[in-house]
Design a protein around this ligand. Structure first.
Ligand SMILES: *[C@@H]1O[C@H](CO)[C@@H](O)[C@H](O)[C@H]1NC(C)=O
Ligand SMILES: *[C@@H]1O[C@H](CO)[C@@H](O)[C@H](O)[C@H]1NC(C)=O
Ligand SMILES: *[C@@H]1O[C@H](CO)[C@@H](O)[C@H](O)[C@H]1NC(C)=O
Ligand SMILES: *[C@@H]1O[C@H](CO)[C@@H](O)[C@H](O)[C@H]1NC(C)=O
Ligand SMILES: *[C@@H]1O[C@H](CO)[C@@H](O)[C@H](O)[C@H]1NC(C)=O
Length: 417
């Protein structure tokens, strides 16, 4: 209060000065200038102390000097050294930009452009990752200022020892998953590949579950994942909050954190199969599907029923003439004994309806689309037919192989395009 009202007091003093009171005036002026200085200092200080914490520190320093003057006891002395050291450590915590533009050309290679000063930990068949606090971090916690949603270079990270966390830091208890993706969290396929390495990590570490998930894209905060990914996450881990750093501007430090910045990265094939098996199983149970399954159905002539689902979609990527496409599949299906065709508009379905439809499907046919990621919920060894309407293949680029990869990873048969 005193500090904030001082500039006003200054102008008032100037106008009411009398020569006889000159000494008092000069003294007051001096104090005012000192106080004003303190305020300016605290305003520009890199750790953005509030004026109150600056004055508190000022007082603490005063007391420190007094103690040294009065007591020369060794114990007090070493205590004081410790306190000085801790405060030095606290002050030396250095925040670096989350997105490092020097590595824009090699954004996804090795240490990537996300937290670029730190190298990954590699485990055989595991996705490369970072864990804090750990031996590699020398026992330091990961801290972040990460609330910027538009510019990853404005977000920052630092490492700090537990006894010298930066001033005004919030310690987030428990386990935090931190992911940075080059893609996004709304698209089913990209969302799944962002989540998979955490599932792999959890499987390896006694199924540890996170308290929260922090999502970044190019170092920019994302506070929403797509509804599909959100449901899959909930099916897998239970309710997991997406952290949005809204409890104030100060830095946040994580009690424990796992950072993934390569999506699946170097995760081995066996581990991927394990991850997808587990997610399939968790999603089915989340959606209340009977774990025993149904007996193989047969038609009236005793032939086993083969259920063919054709995934169609409205909107930009839909087929020019959907009726024509459906006709082709209906004709093909009619030629096979026991074949039953079901046409599904996947965007009309809830997460669990998608899981149910896929659970009742032996063969899925779909145009090249992220919706095909739903094949995750089919039984292993089911078949996938993917087709590319005219013009898409040229547009899809390397993305055209995504579902081949996925079918391979989740143990499906991909029946060409
Ligand atoms: C601790 O810091 C104070 C001032 O900040 C200094 O006067 C004192 O000598 C320091 N003590 C030790 C033991 O370094
Ligand atoms: C990261 O790895 C590179 C290349 O192996 C090495 O030069 C660098 O010192 C490592 N950095 C850290 C922080 O370990
Ligand atoms: C549907 O899910 C149940 C329960 O996991 C499973 O036993 C059954 O084989 C699944 N059906 C298909 C066609 O994948
Ligand atoms: C769509 O295809 C069907 C069957 O091939 C045909 O009868 C119909 O005229 C086509 N419609 C358009 C708008 O091309
Ligand atoms: C899938 O097929 C392979 C080879 O065709 C077979 O060895 C495996 O047991 C099958 N898996 C399941 C779950 O049916």
């Amino acid at each position: 209060m005193e500090i904030q009202s001082s500039p006003k007091g200054f102008t008032k003093l100037k106008s009411s000065c009398h020569p006889t009171k000159l000494f008092v005036c000069i003294s007051l002026l001096f104090i005012t200038i000192v106080l004003f200085h303190l305020q300016v200092y605290s305003f520009y200080s890199p750790y953005s102390y509030s004026p109150t914490s600056a004055s508190r520190n000022f007082l603490r320093k005063w007391r420190g000097i007094n103690i040294v003057d009065v007591a020369s006891d060794d114990r007090d002395h070493s205590k004081n050294t410790d306190a000085n050291l801790t405060s030095k450590l606290r002050d030396s915590v250095t925040f670096l930009p989350l997105e490092d533009l020097r590595f824009a050309e090699t954004a996804m290679v090795e240490h990537t452009w996300f937290m670029s000063s730190l190298n990954d930990t590699y485990g055989e068949n595991e996705a490369e990752h970072l864990y804090f606090p750990s031996e590699t971090s020398k026992g330091r916690h990961l801290c972040m200022k990460g609330s910027n949603r538009a510019d990853g270079t404005k977000n920052s990270y630092a490492l700090a020892w537990p006894e010298s966390l930066p001033d005004s830091a919030t310690l987030l208890k428990g386990l935090t998953f931190v992911s940075d993706t080059y893609y996004d969290y709304g698209n089913l396929w990209h969302g799944l590949t962002a989540m998979a390495p955490f599932v792999g990590w959890s499987i390896k570490n006694g199924w540890l579950r996170p308290n929260r998930w922090v999502l970044f894209h190019w170092g920019e905060l994302r506070d929403k994942k797509g509804s599909w990914l959100q449901h899959l996450m909930q099916a897998g881990f239970g309710k997991v909050e997406v952290e949005n750093f809204e409890r104030g501007d100060g830095p946040y430090c994580f009690e424990k954190a796992v950072v993934m910045r390569h999506n699946e990265g170097r995760m081995g094939k066996a581990r991927k199969l394990q991850v997808f098996d587990l997610l399939r199983c968790k999603a089915r149970s989340f959606c209340g599907i009977n774990p025993a399954g149904k007996a193989q159905e047969v038609n009236e002539r005793g032939q086993p029923i083969i259920r063919l689902a054709l995934l169609m979609r409205k909107g930009s990527r839909s087929c020019k003439n959907a009726t024509a496409v459906i006709d082709i599949f209906a004709k093909e299906c009619a030629r096979v004994e026991g074949c039953v065709l079901k046409v599904v508009q996947s965007e009309d379905l809830s997460f669990c309806d998608q899981v149910r439809v896929m659970n009742e499907t032996d063969i899925v046919a779909s145009p090249h689309e992220a919706q095909l990621t739903n094949m995750l919920f089919m039984g292993r060894n089911s078949s996938v037919m993917e087709f590319f309407p005219k013009g898409w293949l040229e547009l899809a680029g390397v993305g055209q192989y995504a579902h081949h990869w996925m079918a391979d990873q989740s143990g499906m048969r991909h029946q060409g395009a």
